[in-house]
Write a protein that binds this ligand. Structure first.
Ligand SMILES: *[C@@H]1O[C@H](CO)[C@@H](O)[C@H](O)[C@H]1NC(C)=O
Ligand SMILES: *[C@@H]1O[C@H](CO)[C@@H](O)[C@H](O)[C@H]1NC(C)=O
Ligand SMILES: *[C@@H]1O[C@H](CO)[C@@H](O)[C@H](O)[C@H]1NC(C)=O
Ligand SMILES: *[C@@H]1O[C@H](CO)[C@@H](O)[C@H](O)[C@H]1NC(C)=O
Ligand SMILES: *[C@@H]1O[C@H](CO)[C@@H](O)[C@H](O)[C@H]1NC(C)=O
Ligand SMILES: *[C@@H]1O[C@H](CO)[C@@H](O)[C@H](O)[C@H]1NC(C)=O
Ligand SMILES: *[C@@H]1O[C@H](CO)[C@@H](O)[C@H](O)[C@H]1NC(C)=O
Ligand SMILES: *[C@@H]1O[C@H](CO)[C@@H](O)[C@H](O)[C@H]1NC(C)=O
Ligand SMILES: *[C@@H]1O[C@H](CO)[C@@H](O)[C@H](O)[C@H]1NC(C)=O
Ligand SMILES: *[C@@H]1O[C@H](CO)[C@@H](O)[C@H](O)[C@H]1NC(C)=O
Ligand SMILES: *[C@@H]1O[C@H](CO)[C@@H](O)[C@H](O)[C@H]1NC(C)=O
Ligand SMILES: *[C@@H]1O[C@H](CO)[C@@H](O)[C@H](O)[C@H]1NC(C)=O
Length: 592
C-alpha cells in the first residue's frame, strides 16, 4: 500500500473505531498487513511445506510499546482455517481478539480478518503463533517485543541491541502429516532436530549435521551488551539454552523483571519466553556456539535434537570449532532443573509497565476464593481415539465459539461444570469449562501425572508461580509457597510426577483458554476455558463485540460472504470500498 494512502487510512481507521468506541485516541497505532501462505523450505535438509508470514519464516517481529493499539490485518492464503493467538499478551477486556476457538471463528481460506487490540499495561517478550490444527509445528510464529513507555524506568542500562531468538524442536514432516499421525493414535516420536529462527544447526559435527544446511548467525560487536529474547515456539521437547563462554544474565520473563542472575545455561520449556543480557566480553579468537539441546532425555540417543547457531564477533578471527559447551550433567539428579526454576525471582523494587514497583501488589496477602487441581495423564483411549485429558475430560471444541454463544444467548453449546478436584472416571470427551468469580483470586494446581515435562498456559492473564514440587499436591503444600517474590508469567512448567501451583487475580472479564503448551498434548484434548463474567450490567469491564466479528457454527447464517479475489487487484478494489465506507462514517461523525 502506498505510504500516503496508509496514513490516511490509519487516521480514518482510528476515527471509525472511535465511532464504535474502540480506541483511546491518544495512544498510537501500529499496523501490520500479514499475508500468510505456505512456502517450501529445507531447514534440516529435507524439503517441506512451512507456514510463512509475508514470505518470511519465522514471521516478522511485532514491535510495539505499552498502550499502543495493534492492528493486524491477516490474509489467510493457506488451504485451511487460520487464527493467530498472542502468547502472553493480556488482552484487557477483549477476549474477542484472543485467536483461539473458544472466542473466535476461524478465518476461512482466502479470507482476511483484522485483529485490533490495545497492548495495555504490559512490557516484555512474547510471541504469536497460529493456534489451530497443529499449524505451529509448521511455522507461522514470530516474536513480540513490547517496549516500556519512555517515562518508565527499566532496571538495567539500555542494551546496545535487541535480538529475538525463536527455538523449538522440529519434524521433517509437515503439520498435516503430524496431525494425521496423532489422529491415527500414533506417537510423534523423536523430533528430527531443533531450529533456531527457522534454521537448522551449524555443521559442528559432519557426522551429525548433513552438509548444506542454512544456520543462524547473530552478529555482535565486542564489548557491547545485547538483550536476547529467547522463545520456545516448539512442539514438545524441553530445551537447555546456552552460549559458549558467555554468561546469560536473566532480566525478564514473560513480562516480569527478574532479580538479575547469571546462568551458564537455562532450561526453557515449550511456550516459555526469557530475556537475557549478554555482554560480548570474550576475546574474538573465534566465533562461539549458541546451543539449544533436548533436555531430560538420553543425550546419546537424542544428539540430533540439538540446535546450534553462531555468535559472530565483528572482529572474530575464525570459526567456532570443537565440542559444544556441555549441558548440565544431572541425569540422576532430578531436582536440579526444578531448583533452577524456583530461584527465578521477581525484582520487587522495580516497575514493569507502570512506575509503581512490581512488589506493590502483595499477592501473598490475598485470600484464595477458588482452588482447582488440574491433573493431566498420559494419553488414554476414549471412544476408540487416543486422547489426553484434564481431570479426566478431553476437551472438544464446539463449532460455535463459547464467547459468541454467550453473546447470542445460545444454550447447550458447553457445560460450566468443570470439576474442581475430582478426576472424572472413566475419562470422557466433552466441552466443560470453569465458572470463575470476577475479582476472585484463583489458585490452580497443575498436577502432571504424565511421564514427560508439560507446560501449561493461560490466556488473558499472568499468574504468580508460587510453588512446584514432586509428589501429589495437598493443602499442606501451601506452607511452602513463595508468597513474596514469585514471578508472574503466563506459561509454567510441571515436571513429571510433580505439581506447580499458580495464583491469579481474576480482573479480566472474558472467556480465557487454559491449555497444555506442548502441542501434541494440547491437540489431543488437554485444555479448558475459564469464564469470568461481571454480573453487574456495565460496558466498562468488557469491550463490545467487534464490528468485524466472524460468525460460524450455530451463528453461521449471520456471516456475510467475503468477496475474496484471487489476484491482488480485487484486494485493492476492496480497500477502496472500505475507504469510501470510512469516509461515510467520518461524515456521519462530523454531522453529529
Ligand atoms: C499473498 O501471498 C501469496 C503467496 O505468496 C501470493 O500469491 C498473493 O498474491 C499474496 N497476496 C497479496 C494480497 O499480497
Ligand atoms: C521498535 O520500536 C522502538 C520503539 O518504538 C524503536 O525505537 C525501534 O527502532 C523499533 N525497532 C525496530 C526493529 O523496528
Ligand atoms: C481485508 O483487508 C482489507 C485491506 O487490506 C481491509 O480494508 C479490510 O478491512 C479487511 N477485511 C477484514 C474483514 O478485516
Ligand atoms: C532491581 O531493580 C532495581 C530498580 O530498578 C535495580 O536498581 C536493581 O539493580 C534490581 N536488582 C536486581 C538484582 O536485578
Ligand atoms: C561427531 O559425532 C559422532 C556421533 O555422535 C561422534 O562419534 C564423533 O566423535 C563426533 N566428532 C567430533 C569431531 O566431535
Ligand atoms: C554476570 O556476569 C558478568 C560477566 O559476564 C559480570 O560482569 C556480572 O557482574 C555478573 N552479574 C551478576 C548479577 O552476577
Ligand atoms: C582467547 O580465549 C580463549 C578461550 O578462553 C583462549 O583459549 C585463548 O588463548 C584466548 N586468546 C587470546 C589471544 O587471548
Ligand atoms: C543411553 O542410551 C545408550 C544407548 O542405548 C545406553 O547405552 C545408555 O546406558 C543410556 N544412558 C542412560 C543414562 O540411560
Ligand atoms: C482472609 O481470610 C482470613 C481468615 O479467613 C480473614 O481473617 C481475613 O480478614 C481475610 N482477608 C481479607 C483481605 O479478606
Ligand atoms: C457461576 O458463578 C457465578 C458467581 O460467581 C454464579 O452466580 C453462577 O450461578 C455460576 N454459574 C453456574 C452455571 O454455576
Ligand atoms: C499420588 O496419587 C496417586 C493416586 O492418585 C497414587 O497412585 C500415587 O502413588 C501418589 N504418588 C505419590 C508420590 O504419593
Ligand atoms: C500417575 O498415577 C498413577 C496412579 O494414579 C501412579 O501409579 C503413577 O505413579 C503416577 N505417575 C506419575 C508420573 O505421577
Amino acid at each position: 500500500m502506498a505510504p500516503m494512502f496508509r496514513t490516511v487510512t490509519s487516521v480514518l481507521l482510528c476515527v471509525s473505531y472511535l465511532f464504535f468506541g474502540f480506541c483511546s485516541a491518544d495512544d498510537p497505532y501500529v499496523f501490520y498487513d500479514w499475508n500468510v501462505s505456505y512456502i517450501t523450505a529445507s531447514p534440516l535438509g529435507v524439503q517441506q511445506q512451512v507456514i510463512a508470514v509475508n514470505g518470511q519464516f519465522p514471521g516478522p517481529i511485532v514491535n510495539a510499546t505499552t498502550n499502543n493499539n495493534l492492528v493486524v490485518n491477516v490474509l489467510n492464503n493457506l488451504d485451511e482455517p487460520l487464527l493467530f493467538t498472542w502468547n502472553g499478551i493480556q488482552q484487557r477486556r477483549n477476549s474477542w481478539q484472543d485467536g483461539v476457538l473458544g472466542t473466535n471463528c476461524p478465518i476461512p481460506p482466502r479470507w482476511n480478518w483484522t485483529y485490533q487490540f490495545q497492548l495495555k499495561d504490559q512490557i516484555g517478550s512474547f510471541f504469536y503463533f497460529p493456534s489451530l490444527n497443529f499449524q505451529r509445528a509448521a511455522g507461522g510464529f514470530g516474536g513480540i517485543v513490547l517496549h516500556n513507555r519512555l517515562v518508565i524506568p527499566v532496571p538495567f542500562d539500555k542494551p546496545d541491541g535487541d535480538i529475538t531468538l525463536l527455538i523449538g524442536d522440529w519434524y521433517n514432516r509437515d503439520h498435516t502429516a503430524l496431525r494425521k499421525a496423532l489422529d491415527n493414535g500414533e506417537e510423534l516420536g523423536m523430533p528430527d532436530g531443533v531450529l533456531m529462527n527457522g534454521k537448522g544447526p551449524y555443521p559442528y559435527n559432519s557426522t551429525l549435521v548433513p552438509a548444506g544446511i542454512d544456520y543462524e548467525t547473530i552478529n555482535v560487536q565486542p564489548g557491547k551488551t545485547y538483550r536476547i529474547r529467547v522463545h520456545h515456539v516448539g512442539i514438545s521437547t524441553s530445551l537447555n539454552f546456552r552460549i559458549q563462554n558467555h554468561n546469560l544474565l536473566l532480566v525478564e520473563t514473560e513480562g516480569s523483571y527478574t532479580m538479575k542472575q547469571n546462568y551458564s545455561s537455562l532450561d526453557i520449556h515449550v511456550g516459555q519466553s526469557y530475556s537475557f543480557l549478554v555482554t560480548m566480553d570474550q576475546n574474538a579468537s573465534s566465533d562461539y556456539y549458541i546451543v539449544a539441546s533436548a533436555r531430560f532425555v538420553n543425550e546419546s540417543l537424542w544428539t540430533r535434537v540439538t540446535g546450534v547457531a553462531i555468535l559472530h564477533y565483528s572482529n572474530s578471527m575464525g570459526k567456532a570449532t570443537g565440542p559444544l559447551p556441555k549441558p548440565p550433567d544431572d541425569y540422576y539428579y532430578k531436582s536440579f532443573s526444578m531448583n533452577q526454576a524456583r530461584f527465578i525471582r521477581r525484582n520487587l523494587s522495580t516497575g514493569a509497565a507502570r512506575p509503581n514497583p512490581q512488589g506493590s501488589f502483595m499477592y501473598g496477602r490475598i485470600n484464595v476464593t477458588d482452588t482447582y487441581v488440574l491433573k493431566n495423564m498420559p494419553p488414554v483411549v476414549i471412544d476408540g481415539k487416543r486422547r489426553t485429558t484434564f481431570n479426566g475430560i478431553s476437551y472438544s471444541a464446539p463449532e460455535t465459539p463459547l464467547r459468541l454463544a454467550d453473546q447470542f444467548e445460545l444454550t447447550g453449546i458447553y457445560k460450566i461444570d468443570f470439576p474442581t478436584r475430582t478426576f472424572v472416571q472413566p475419562p470422557r470427551i466433552g466441552t466443560s469449562i470453569i465458572n470463575a468469580t470476577y475479582k476472585g483470586f484463583l489458585e490452580i494446581i497443575f498436577q502432571n501425572n504424565d511421564t514427560t515435562v508439560q507446560s501449561f498456559h493461560m490466556d488473558g492473564y499472568a499468574f504468580f508461580v508460587v510453588g512446584m514440587d514432586y509428589g501429589n499436591w495437598t493443602e499442606n503444600e501451601r506452607h511452602q509457597y513463595n508468597n513474596w517474590d514469585a514471578v508472574s508469567r503466563s506459561t509454567a512448567q510441571v515436571f513429571p510426577g510433580a505439581w506447580t501451583a499458580v495464583l491469579v487475580a481474576l480482573d479480566n472479564v472474558g472467556v480465557w483458554n487454559i491449555r497444555a503448551a506442548n502441542l501434541d498434548t494440547w491437540y489431543l484434548g488437554t485444555e479448558t476455558y475459564v469464564k469470568i463474567i461481571n454480573s453487574e450490567i456495565t460496558d466498562r469491564t468488557e469491550l463490545p463485540l467487534p464490528d468485524n466479528v466472524l460468525y460460524c457454527g450455530a451463528l453461521a447464517s449471520k456471516q456475510k460472504q467475503q468477496d475474496h479475489g484471487t489476484s491482488a487487484a480485487p484486494v485493492a478494489g476492496r480497500r477502496l470500498k472500505v475507504f469510501a465506507l470510512m469516509l461515510l462514517f467520518v461524515a456521519i461523525a462530523i454531522l453529529f
